[in-house]
Design a protein around this ligand. Structure first.
Ligand SMILES: *Cc1c(COP(=O)(O)O)cnc(C)c1O
Length: 413
């Protein structure tokens, strides 16, 4: 075992793998090789324990009860918010709104802006957005008469920044872009995107769903207005996520949903809203999910994002090199600045057929358009096979993928 990891010096991947019970299982009689991390990550035992502990010991509704269980649950939930604040380096804990995930966070902001935009205002999105970052803006434009503009991409899968600069004007009110593309793995130059948007007075929302498993964003250093992420791509559970918003924006935006928890006072004549963050957290939240999200963030920080990033980059270069040895294989997204996502096709073969064959060999990859149809349209392909690596993956697993893709190529030729 030690020999296989000697090149990664301080990274004990075999030790880390023991934290993830699911990595022990077999699929179709073979050891599971999980390469669909960009869709959802696996869950370490400490996060599973946090979930079991909550339901076994202190399951209760929060912010309302005087009883002990309710106070314990409230404390744990608010502790999780503070963990998120520290992780993202937000100025205030109440700038961290707990959501059901990235999609919810984006819709919350889009809905809020519907009362701030007017006809002729412009919204800029990038050509490599996830559908969850395109559709809400189209809906917002329909509602307000604002116009959607798109930053184009190039063959390498990078945004054309000169075109972005040309799109910006005093009409631009909002810019939305993902930090890392889930379809291609490209790391977008969000510092520059944010700075240029601010120069024309526009607000910026960054979709960090694909970035947060790999890097630790600093929302104050970025000076970003909104930043969203999902717990389930960061070793946490599904159904919970976070929206960071600068205090001044969160004060200005109207609430997204009405209900319990989000009010200060209700009469039939008038309701006054609660302060932040409760104004945006109507109804009983995913209490256990929020607490487990905090545990996941602790787990990742315990390993350290520097180490995670360095190790995943190693996996990325190794896999890129080995996959490109296969005849007729093309990788989409060849930016020098990308994370451990490889989208590829074999000449003349449908991605779905490759996905089916490698699954028979126990390997989980994604096939299809990855909720980024405009990217597929750009390359004029129906979809790709996407292998996305996490810090608990190994070189041996990449070897298994390469062998499986070779086998698929022979079978389907
Ligand atoms: C996964 C993903 C989303 C959607 O996240 P949900 O958890 O499904 O809401 C949005 N954007 C990007 C870049 C993603 O990778």
């Amino acid at each position: 075992m030690a020999t296989t990891i000697s090149h990664t010096t301080s990274f004990d991947v075999e030790g880390i793998r023991k934290d993830f019970p699911i990595l022990q299982r077999q699929v179709n009689g073979k050891p599971l090789v999980y390469f669909d991390n960009a869709a959802t990550s696996q869950t370490p035992q400490v996060v599973i324990d946090a979930i079991v502990d909550y339901y076994s010991r202190y399951n209760a509704n929060i912010h309302r009860g005087v009883h002990t269980l309710s106070q314990e649950a409230t404390d744990a939930y608010e502790q999780a918010r503070i963990k998120l604040q520290k992780h993202f380096n937000a100025a205030k804990a109440y700038e961290m709104i707990l959501t059901s995930g990235t999609t919810h966070g984006i819709n919350l902001v889009a809905s809020g802006f519907s009362s701030l935009l007017k006809e002729g205002d412009e919204i800029i999105v990038s050509a490599m957005e996830h559908h969850s970052n395109i559709v809400p803006w189209q809906m917002l434009c329909e509602k307000t008469g604002a116009i959607l503009r798109v930053i184009p991409m190039n063959e390498e899968g990078e945004l054309v920044m000169s075109a972005y600069t040309a799109l910006l004007s005093e009409k631009t009110r909002l810019v939305f872009c993902n930090h890392i593309s889930n379809a291609l793995g490209t790391v977008n130059p969000i510092e520059e995107i944010i700075e240029k948007a601010h120069d024309v007075g526009a607000a910026v929302l960054i979709d960090g769903a694909q970035a947060c498993p790999h890097i630790k964003p600093d929302v104050q250093a970025l000076d970003v207005d909104f930043y969203v992420a999902s717990a389930h791509k960061m070793c946490g559970p599904t159904g919970v996520g976070v929206l960071y918003g600068k205090e001044k924006w969160l004060q200005e935006l109207p609430p997204y949903q009405g209900g319990g928890e989000m009010i200060a006072e209700v009469t039939f004549e008038k309701t006054t809203y609660a302060g932040l963050p409760h104004k945006f957290e109507a109804g009983t939240p995913n209490i256990c999910g929020g607490i487990a999200f905090g545990a996941a963030v602790d787990y990742l920080n315990g390993i350290g994002f520097d180490k995670i990033e360095a190790y995943e980059n190693e996996l990325l270069s190794y896999a890129t090199k080995e996959l490109l040895k296969i005849e007729g294989l093309r990788i989409y997204g060849t930016s020098g600045h990308k994370t451990s996502v490889i989208s590829f096709n074999l000449e003349g073969i449908h991605p779905y057929d490759i996905g089916t064959i490698v699954d028979k060999l126990g390997i989980a990859v994604r096939t299809g358009h990855h909720c980024a149809q405009p990217v597929m349209d750009y390359y004029k392909i129906p979809g790709t096979v996407r292998a996305s690596f996490a810090f608990y993956n190994t070189r041996e697993e990449i070897d298994a993928l390469v062998a499986a893709v070779k086998k698929a190529a022979q079978m389907l030729a």
